[in-house]
Ligand binder design. Structure first.
Ligand code: BGP
Length: 490
């Protein structure tokens, strides 16, 4: 009886069947380079300097001479893509998640015609991936709003940007309809909820919410436009190729109550609304009651037209893509300043005494991954895709070229164990797993190179020095075995 049960179970879930999408994830602006020596236009991420450990990046007004912009070279994937993809293939990747830089296709964002050089670049990348049987998993907008749209139109504060985005999405869907099956609209769409933090507002929506009389209201109007853009893109994509699977992408940092006090339970539950606000709309096609009540309570006048409502209901997603790095713990008795945080925490966040942290203060919580897989699945019963998870650390490359990143292996192993439990014991439907930064890249929040996530080390430092030579870390061979054994050998 036990045997039959197991076989049946494995068939129904993806985890142990051959289709499970093991791979790795990146985003165009953090690794491609090829910014100033191609037809690419500037994105908002391209005008951000490198920060430093604990120091956020500076958002500059255009490219200013004398300042260092790490994204301009990234790790120069633009000129190394064949070599890098060969290494992904050697590790056994079944899929590779990256984004299409919006400004390679529409350098300013509001042109009539797309840029052929940019389109061709992704044709070449996708062909190279497909040559090895690696499925491209594509994010349309990963913090890569065209700078021109941000400056001239206020990004998604302006409804015209919805049309520009939908046009960009349509061009991509049509061009790559026989090469790409898995899509996501906006990376970490809920990260603009952090309206006190300019970086997320800026990169996700192209707007500095702080410039508006009521930053929070502005943020929700912007969020609404972004949601409409996402839904319209999903609808058009499915018309172009009904076999497309188009997902959303949520930054999932769950809130735990600090104590068993009912006040802490409620606080954590209320804060989880921030995490689910976007996915509720994208999965169900309408605003949840708590959101409408909140608009009313705060006196926000959000312009939501009947046509918008129709678009939202017609453009629900096929699956939930999400990132998971850490959990967060909240105490109703504690209040702190969060104006400069970039880690998705709340003003009530406190250190969790049961959880260790990375050098960057991110709580290492593998069980939290099982917890959020269950939370999403109970709420929507949609397939899920863990499209980011990983350990940012300062790695040391030895003289012989090796790099002993056992801490990364420990982190990933513990998370994969919990992911397997969620599938095999709880029955959640999981499509795949793509650890973040599978080759070292530029950190998004700090712009540093030394915050590394990769299985592959890239010789480049925070100031932009280095040969860009690639070498394997210990985690490379480890992950290769994980994939080859379909998660059995950890
Ligand atoms: C997510 C982003 C990624 C990535 C990752 C790690 O929020 O989607 O772009 O960078 O976080 O963050 P960081 O690079 O700051 O360590």
């Amino acid at each position: 009886i036990i045997l039959t049960y197991k076989i049946k179970y494995n068939k129904e879930t993806n985890m142990l069947n051959k289709d499970f999408l093991w791979g790795g994830a990146l985003a165009a602006h953090q690794f491609e380079g090829g910014v100033l020596d191609t037809t690419k236009g500037l994105s908002v991420a391209d005008v951000m300097t490198a920060g430093a450990h604990g120091v956020p990046r500076e958002i500059t007004d255009g490219v200013i001479e004398g300042k260092y912009y790490p994204n301009h070279i990234g790790i120069d994937f633009y000129h190394h893509y064949k070599e890098d993809i060969a290494m992904f293939a050697d590790m056994g990747f079944k899929c590779f998640r990256t984004s299409i830089a919006w400004t390679r296709i529409f350098p300013l964002g509001d042109e009539e015609q797309p840029d052929e050089e940019g389109l061709q670049f992704y044709d070449d990348v996708f062909d190279e991936l497909l040559k090895y049987g690696i499925e491209p998993v594509i994010t349309l907008s990963h913090f890569e709003m065209p700078y021109h749209l941000a400056k001239e139109y206020g990004g998604f504060m302006n409804r015209k940007t919805v049309d520009f985005f939908v046009k960009f999405a349509e061009v991509c869907f049509k061009r790559y309809k026989n090469k790409v099956k898995y899509w996501m609209t906006f990376n970490e769409i809920n990260n603009q909820m952090n309206f006190v933090n300019d970086i997320y507002g800026w990169t996700n929506s192209g707007a500095h919410f702080g410039n508006y009389d009521n930053p929070e209201e502005a943020m929700y109007q912007c969020a609404h436009h972004t949601l409409v853009a996402s839904a319209k893109a999903v609808k058009i994509g499915k018309e172009i190729n009904p076999d497309f699977l188009i997902g959303n992408m949520i930054s999932m940092v769950p809130f735990y109550p600090y104590s068993c006090s009912p006040k802490d339970q409620l606080l954590a539950q209320q804060l989880m609304h921030d995490r689910f606000f976007f996915s509720d709309v994208q999965c169900r096609g309408h605003y949840p009651a708590y959101a409408l009540k909140m608009f009313e309570r705060k006196g926000f006048n959000i312009n939501i037209t009947d046509e918008d409502k129709k678009a939202l209901s017609e453009g629900t997603v096929d699956y939930i893509g999400f990132s998971y790095y850490m959990s967060n713990t909240v105490d109703s008795n504690s209040i702190r300043d969060v104006s400069t945080t970039t880690d998705g925490s709340s003003e009530h966040s406190v250190k969790n005494p049961y959880i260790k942290e990375t050098d960057w203060g991110w709580a290492i919580d593998p069980e939290g991954l099982r917890y959020v897989l269950n939370q999403f699945y109970e709420r929507y019963e949609l397939p899920m895709f863990i499209v980011e998870n990983g350990f940012g650390a300062i790695d040391k490359k030895e003289e012989d070229g090796s790099c002993h990143d056992s801490y990364r292996i420990d982190y990933l192993r513990a998370h994969i164990e919990q992911m397997k439990k969620a599938v095999e014991e709880d029955g959640v439907n999981l499509m795949g797993y793509t650890p973040w930064g599978c080759i070292d890249c530029i950190s998004f929040t700090t712009g540093e190179m030394k915050k590394r996530y990769g299985f592959i080390y890239v010789d480049r430092d925070n100031e932009g020095n280095g040969t860009l030579e690639r070498s394997k870390k210990d985690s490379y061979e480890w992950y290769k075995k994980v994939i080859a054994s379909n998660g059995e050998v950890l």
